[in-house]
Structures are given as structure tokens and as C-alpha cells.
Write a protein that binds this ligand. Structure first.
Ligand SMILES: Nc1ncnc2c1ncn2[C@@H]1O[C@H](COP(=O)(O)OP(=O)(O)O)[C@@H](O)[C@H]1O
Ligand SMILES: [Mg+2]
Length: 824
């Protein structure tokens, strides 16, 4: 008890500020590289890759501008006979057949994209051409009101090189269908058959596909290039090598027009609410697409790829997808709302859904003819793009002016009749026998994509399931409707189509479930986590500063306590208060934990990486920073308050406080994963914290409990074990000097408190309390006995470590379970 350890706080506080300042400065420079330009004047030269990317971007824009020249405009109130203004083309309205406005005038759109580079596939990457066919797909949910059927009896197919549009009003079931086709659907009762190359879908199919969701799932604090490198490290095979990966990333970024944005932050709302400026909405969408097509998948699913994009950006992106599909033999299936005519003309085939029913599937040109055969007529001059008209036609629940729409679908009966007619024609043409699908009954909820595959395999196809038959069916439907021209998807190149018509000869090679090994995934996730935590000012830097400042305040309150018996109460209070702080502090990061959950669920649905690789990386990236902030707090308070001197005591105190903090963080993380939303997570966490505080043995000792059996709750109180550990470090086998005696004011208080006590009024007793003598020592083991803090320090540490391990295990299991249960 000889050393003065007050000095400990100063280097700790200095280190904390330097450490937090370093990360804050790094983040600031990332936002604004010129932020410190006043320190030096030299401008950084523009790198070669940026110059190259800028040149490519220009070429890209020039090609797209040419397309813009042929966009058609109809003057207000234009009818079929009204003059048509065609920008850039000197042509009379009479020369243009009104019916061909949306289709014929823009087929050259493909040729306009010939100059736009489609990246060559690097190294040994190749696209495996696959044919998809789906039959009798259905999906239903159990709802409070009974079974809710959201998809019923849906058929279709897609061949290599084909771009297919999924059309339908909101809630029609487009995303559901796409989720099923992408093998990402894990909730609801599913039925039907999905065939890949004529065979039941296999486990590795998901590796050959890419799904670009409507909402992206990027870390806002990463740059465009870092984000792409992360995906490249995860989804490109290890064999491609570092250089090959980088080359592919650059090519794809150039292709989607992000070549000049390598160093731009993705941006968005950070967990915690901070808004980070970065890519615009359209650029983020293009980044999603870039990440999706990085691994050259055989099938690319795009959920509303043009929503949120301005029309030029939408055209550029879809133009690229079209060329990519054509050159590489990839299938692109995109759900789309209100495509502009140039985009509509890029689609080879269309599936139209409404209220979960299939209204049409087949060549784009056949859509109008099919409905015409049912008496629903399209007037190009009046109705605009055919897709808009088709959407209007199948939308119900709104008033539809007869003068504008003529004969149209107005209610569910008509809608279901039209759907049944198409499905019957399709089945007949494809030679599919058996009963059409009954509404899926609410059976057990399929919890796994494995279950989905199982269900799909077991489900009867109701006849031969040949891809070519479906093509024939679509063609037959269109032919029956009087269309001679639409026997094949209009846009697909003959090369890729010929392989498509013999689609079932394309044998899918089995793909491994993961593209990369455990370590590659771990390293990529670790890199991403480190960037996420160090660049979010509310995370590492913010927490370090908060810990340091709260520690300074607490240290000032208990500053330099005397090393004698008069400080016993203060010491005990300080130990407890510090531990309470560790239990409560993780609450400020609740939004980080809920954001993590969202991230993981989205990545898990894409089967991006192994759950344990992600979890291990997350723990590796976060635990050291958590321990560091706990130690900063501990050392600052320890020094300022003058707790028990000695390196071993300081170290032991640090071990216990760090353990309690990482436990508290983990419990809150676990609650965030288990709870359906943040409010519920707070409720769960508060229940835990309450048990920690009440069962700490501090406010009421277990011996004083009226209902002794309640003391079993202490097994859940990590705070109790930590308090015991710290008390033993501070007071174990210590002798505190008590020669100063009890404060006279305290003796006076005692006398007033117990006015009838005759002993307290004896001057001998009063003297003994105020002047106990120069050799008075307080044996603090008595204190430990009073609290029943008898466990050896090592046992306490082992218990806390076990507690921490269990919280991790629970979090991991909860995460995996929730990811399976959540909607995908
Ligand atoms: N987990 C679910 N439980 C109940 N109904 C759902 C669930 N997920 C989607 N739905 C319903 O399924 C229907 C189709 O949804 P969705 O496929 O997202 O439509 P779209 O993408 O065409 O707008 C909607 O009515 C939606 O409310
Ligand atoms: Mg949708």
C-alpha cells in the first residue's frame, strides 16, 4: 500500500484521446481528402486507373446518348393518327405503324450498345448456360384470417441469353416468384417444380445465380472499391487469384458506370442514425448490380432494378444487362415497373402476374396478341407502352374509365378466368397433364431452402417437364392468338437461342455450396467488420471517448481516496458503480446490434458465406476494441480514485471489468437478434439488467432475502460474480489502517439515531470509536465474509468466461435460427 498509483489515469486518458482521434481523423479524410490540405499544398496526381475509368465512362455515355436520340415522344392528346416526333430521325408519322411504336422503332437499341464493353470473363471463369423451367409454382402463408395464397399455378421458362420481365401490380407476387426461382424463399408453404437444365434443382444452384434485391445491403462506411473487393473475395473462386479478382472488379465497375467512383463512400444511414454522404440512390443500385454480376452467374435475378433510377441511368443499366446476357449466355430475370419503351423492347420474354395468378408468360410480342384473342385490345397511341397497358389491364380494385380502356378486366372473377384460360392453353401446348394446382394449403412452414428443394422435387410435375415443351406452349399460346412472328423470344441471338431450344441437353454441373474456403470468407468478413467499426464515429471512436469521459467524472467524484478504513464504503460503492456502468453502457450501441442482424439475414439469404466464418470474424473484429474501452475506463478510474495499489491488483481488476463488459455487450447483442424489433430488444435487455442489479448482493444481501429461494436468480447475475471478484481483489487479505477512528460527526449521528442506547452515550465507547489507538487495523476479510464473497479469484474468472461463452453460443444459434425464419 506504499505506491501512489494516481499517475495511471493520465497516460490512459491521453492514449484514449489519441486513439479515438486517430480513427476520427481517418474517417474525416475519407469524407474529404482535402480536409487537411492547409497542412500541405501539393495536389495528388490522378492515378492511371481513374483516368482510364473516366475515358470508359465517357464512351459509355456516348453510346447511351445515341439511344436517347431515338426516344419517341407523343404530343399531348395524341391518337394513332397524331404526328409522331422522333428525335434525331427524319421520318414522317405515316411511315410508322402506330402498333409498332413501342417495339419496332427501338429494336436497334441492341446495336446501339455494341460499343459498350461487356467485360471478358477473367481467367478460368465461365458462364454455364442453364435452362430454367418452373411448373405449378405456388406459395401460401398462414394468416390470422386463414390461408393466404400469394402465388398459384405459375408456369414459365427461361433460356440462356434471354432477358425476361416479371410484370405485375404491387403485391402480384413478383418478388415471391423471384425468391422461389432464386432458391431464397424460406417461409410459407411452397409447391411446384423448378427444373434446371431439365433436372430438379440442386443444392449448389444458388452458386450459379445472383440476386440483386430491391434494397441493397452495403456497409455505408466502405468505399465502392472496398465493397466490391469484399464481394470478390467471397464469391470469386480462390483459384482466380488476387490480380484476377482486382481486374474483374475494375471491369465490372467500369461496365456499370462506377469507374470514377472507386474511392467514393457507399454512404447511407449509419446504425445510430448518422447520415453519411456517399453514392446517390442510382449509383448504389448500380453497385448492387455490379456485385450481383461479379461472379458471372448463369442466372441474374433483379428485383425492380430500375426503381429509384432516373430514366437515363435505368436505360444504361438495362442496356448493359441486355448485352451481358446476350454475350455470355446468361439469363436475366427482372421484375420491373413502368419500363420506358426502350427498356421494354430489350426484354425477350415476359411473365405477367396479378393477385398471384399467371396472366401470361412467353415472348414479349405475344402479350398483346394473347390478350387481343380474349377481347382485350391494346391501342398504342392511346395506351402508350404495351407493358403499361398490360399492367392497367390486370390491375383490379380501381375505377377504369371505359372510354379509355374499352373492354377490360375489372374484378377477380374476370381476372381468374383470364388466368385460367392462359394456364390451360399453356398446359395444353406443353403437353402437361393432370389437375391444375389447387391453392396451397397451410401446412408446415418450410423453414429451409433445403425443404423448398425437397418440396419441389416431391411435387409432381403433372406430365413431362421438358423445357422445350414450355417454349412450344408459349409459342402456341401466342400463335393461337394470331401472332405469327413471336414463336421465339424476339431479342435473343440465334446462337444462344439454338442452345436454348435444346435446353434440356444443358446438363448443369454440380456447384459447390461455397465459392471460397473458410479462411477466405473469414478474412473478407474480418476486413469488412474492421472497416465498419472503425469508420463509424459512433462505434470505436465514440465509445472510447465516452468511456474515457465517464471514467474521468467517476474518478473526480472519488478522487484519491485515503488508503485507510474511512474509505471502505467509498471503495465498495465505486467498485459497484463501475460495474453498473459496464452493464448499462452497451445500451448505447443497441442500433449497431440490430443493424448487424439485418446485415447478416440479408447475406445469409444470398448464402454469401458460412455463418461461423462470419461470426468468428465479427468477434475477432469487435472484442479487442471492447476490451480496450473497458480497460481505458478501468485504469482511469483506478488511478484517479486510488484503488488498491499493486500491478497484480490493477490487472485482476481489469480482467474482471473487461469480462463483465464483453458479457453485457454479448447479452444485448443476443437480445437484439432474438427480438423482432429494437423496442422488444430493449425490453429483453432491461429484464437482464434488472436481474444483474437486484441480484448483485449489493442492495440486499442474499442472507437478507425474505424469500430465500429467490436467491437462485444470482446464477444469472454476471454482475454479482464480477462484484465478488473485484471485492476480493480490493479487500482480500488486506489490512486497512483505522487509527484515524470514526469521524466524530458519524458518532453524533449514531447517538441521534439511537437515543435510548446507553452504551453509545458512555464516553468510553465514544472515545474508543473516535480514537481507537495508533495500532488499529481494519481486517477487510470481515467485509468479504459479511457479503459471503468467498470464492477464489480464479473460480470467479472461470465462471465469467463460461458465462461469456454461453452468451456467444446463444447469439450464434439465435442468429442462424432467425436468418432461417425471416422472410426471404
Ligand atoms: N411473410 C408473409 N406473410 C404473409 N404474406 C406475405 C408475406 N410475404 C409476402 N406476403 C404477401 O404476398 C403478396 C405478394 O408479395 P410480393 O411477392 O412481395 O409482391 P410484389 O413483389 O409483386 O409486389 C403480398 O400480398 C404480400 O403482402
Ligand atoms: Mg416486390
Amino acid at each position: 500500500m506504499e505506491t501512489n498509483i494516481t499517475w495511471l489515469w493520465l497516460p490512459t486518458v491521453l492514449f484514449a484521446h489519441a486513439f479515438a482521434g486517430f480513427w476520427l481523423l481517418k474517417t474525416l479524410l475519407l469524407h474529404d481528402p482535402q480536409a487537411l490540405s492547409f497542412c500541405w499544398r501539393r495536389r495528388r496526381p490522378v492515378s492511371k486507373s481513374v483516368l482510364k475509368a473516366r475515358a470508359l465512362q465517357k464512351a459509355n455515355e456516348a453510346a447511351c446518348a445515341a439511344t436517347a436520340d431515338v426516344v419517341l415522344h407523343l404530343p399531348k392528346g395524341a391518337g394513332p393518327k397524331a404526328p409522331v416526333i422522333v428525335e434525331g430521325i427524319d421520318q414522317d408519322a405515316e411511315d410508322l405503324d402506330a402498333a409498332s411504336l413501342d417495339v419496332e422503332a427501338v429494336p436497334s437499341v441492341d446495336s446501339l450498345y455494341e460499343d459498350v464493353p461487356v467485360p471478358q470473363l477473367a481467367g478460368n471463369m465461365r458462364v454455364e448456360p442453364l435452362t430454367l423451367e418452373w411448373q405449378r409454382l405456388g406459395c401460401s402463408y398462414r394468416a390470422a384470417t386463414g390461408t393466404k395464397v400469394v402465388l398459384q399455378d405459375v408456369y414459365g421458362r427461361a433460356a440462356p441469353g434471354e432477358m425476361q420481365a416479371l410484370l405485375g401490380p404491387s403485391g402480384a407476387g413478383k418478388s415471391t416468384l423471384m425468391d422461389i426461382l432464386a432458391q431464397r424463399k424460406s417461409v410459407g408453404t411452397l409447391s411446384g417444380v423448378l427444373l434446371v437444365g431439365g433436372r430438379p434443382v440442386s443444392r449448389g444452384f444458388i452458386r450459379k445465380t445472383a440476386y440483386v434485391p430491391q434494397d441493397d445491403n452495403f456497409v455505408p462506411t466502405m468505399t465502392t472499391m472496398e465493397t466490391m473487393r469484399f464481394y470478390a473475395a467471397i464469391i470469386l473462386p480462390d483459384s482466380i487469384g488476387r490480380a484476377g479478382r482486382q481486374q474483374r472488379v475494375e471491369e465490372v465497375l467500369d461496365a456499370v458506370g462506377l469507374g470514377t467512383h472507386h474511392k467514393t463512400l457507399v454512404g447511407g444511414v449509419l446504425p445510430g442514425g448518422l447520415m453519411l454522404r456517399g453514392l446517390s440512390g442510382g449509383e448504389r443500385k448500380r453497385l448492387s448490380i455490379a456485385a450481383g454480376i461479379l461472379a458471372a452467374p448463369s442466372v441474374v435475378y433483379l428485383d425492380e432494378p430500375t426503381s429509384g433510377l432516373d430514366s437515363f441511368a435505368a436505360l444504361t443499366v438495362m442496356g448493359y444487362m441486355k448485352r451481358m446476357a446476350r454475350s455470355n449466355g446468361q439469363i436475366v430475370i427482372a421484375s420491373i415497373h413502368q419500363p420506358r419503351s426502350a427498356i421494354w423492347s430489350m426484354f425477350d420474354t415476359v411473365s405477367l402476374l396479378s393477385s398471384g395468378r399467371l396472366m401470361y408468360t412467353g415472348p414479349r410480342d405475344g402479350l398483346v396478341q394473347w390478350f387481343a384473342s380474349r377481347g382485350y385490345n391494346y391501342d398504342a397511341g392511346l395506351h402508350g407502352v404495351a407493358s403499361d397497358w398490360a399492367l392497367d389491364l390486370v390491375a383490379i380494385g380501381f375505377h377504369k374509365p371505359k372510354r379509355f380502356y374499352g373492354h377490360t378486366i375489372t374484378n377477380k372473377e374476370q381476372l381468374f378466368a383470364a388466368s385460367a384460360a392462359f394456364v390451360a392453353r399453356y398446359r395444353e401446348a406443353a403437353g402437361i397433364k393432370g389437375e391444375p394446382q389447387a391453392p396451397a394449403s397451410a401446412g408446415s412452414i418450410a423453414g429451409l431452402s433445403g425443404k423448398l428443394r425437397g418440396a419441389m422435387r416431391r411435387s409432381s410435375a403433372g406430365g413431362s417437364s421438358r423445357a422445350a415443351a414450355a417454349a412450344a406452349a408459349a409459342a402456341a399460346a401466342a400463335a393461337a392468338a394470331g401472332s405469327a412472328a413471336s414463336l421465339a423470344p424476339s431479342g435473343a441471338s440465334s446462337g444462344s437461342l439454338s442452345s436454348a431450344s435444346g435446353g434440356d441437353q444443358l446438363e448443369p454441373a454440380p456447384a459447390p455450396l461455397w465459392a471460397t474456403g473458410w479462411w477466405s470468407q473469414y478474412a473478407a468478413c474480418l476486413g469488412r467488420e474492421l472497416l465498419a467499426v472503425t469508420r463509424n464515429p459512433a462505434d470505436v471512436a465514440g465509445r472510447t471517448l465516452t468511456f474515457s469521459w465517464v471514467a474521468l467524472l467517476m474518478g473526480l467524484l472519488y478522487f484519491n481516496m485515503p488508503l485507510d478504513a474511512s474509505s471502505l464504503r467509498g471503495r465498495l460503492n465505486l467498485l459497484f458503480n463501475g460495474l453498473v456502468f459496464f452493464c448499462l453502457m452497451p445500451y448505447v450501441s443497441m442500433s449497431l446490434y440490430t443493424a448487424d442482424k439485418k446485415f447478416y439475414i440479408a447475406d445469409a439469404s444470398a448464402k454469401l458465406y458460412r455463418a461461423h466464418a462470419y461470426y468468428a470474424a465479427k468477434a475477432t473484429a469487435t472484442v479487442p476494441f471492447q476490451v480496450l474501452s473497458a480497460l481505458i475506463f478501468t485504469f482511469t478510474v483506478y488511478g484517479m480514485a486510488g484503488l488498491r495499489p499493486g500491478a497484480i491488483h490493477i490487472l485482476q481488476n481489469g480482467v474482471v471489468t473487461s469480462l463483465l463488459y464483453v458479457i453485457a455487450v454479448q447479452v444485448l447483442h443476443c437480445c437484439a437478434v432474438l427480438a423482432p424489433n429494437q423496442d422488444a430488444a430493449f425490453m429483453l435487455s432491461i429484464m437482464w439488467s434488472t436481474v444483474q442489479l437486484l441480484m448483485s448482493n449489493f442492495f440486499i444481501t442474499f442472507n437478507d432475502l425474505r424469500f430465500k429461494w429467490l436467491s437462485f436468480l444470482r446464477w444469472f447475475s454476471a454482475l454479482y460474480y464480477a462484484f465478488e471478484g473485484l471485492s476480493r481483489v480490493e479487500f482480500g487479505s488486506a489490512k486497512f489502517d483505522c487509527s484515524g477512528g470514526v469521524d466524530p460527526a458519524g458518532v453524533t449521528f449514531l447517538k441521534q439515531l439511537m437515543p435510548n442506547s446507553k452504551f453509545l452515550n458512555l464516553s468510553a465507547v465514544t472515545n474508543a470509536l473516535i480514537n481507537p489507538g495508533p495500532d488499529c487495523v481494519a481486517d477487510t476479510d470481515a467485509l468479504l465474509n459479511y457479503y459471503q464473497f468467498l470464492r477464489p479469484f480464479k473460480t470467479t474468472v472461470a465462471i465469467l468466461l463460461g458465462y461469456w461463452g454461453i452468451t456467444h453460443l446463444l447469439t450464434y444459434c439465435a442468429m442462424v435460427m432467425v436468418a432461417r425464419r425471416e422472410r426471404r
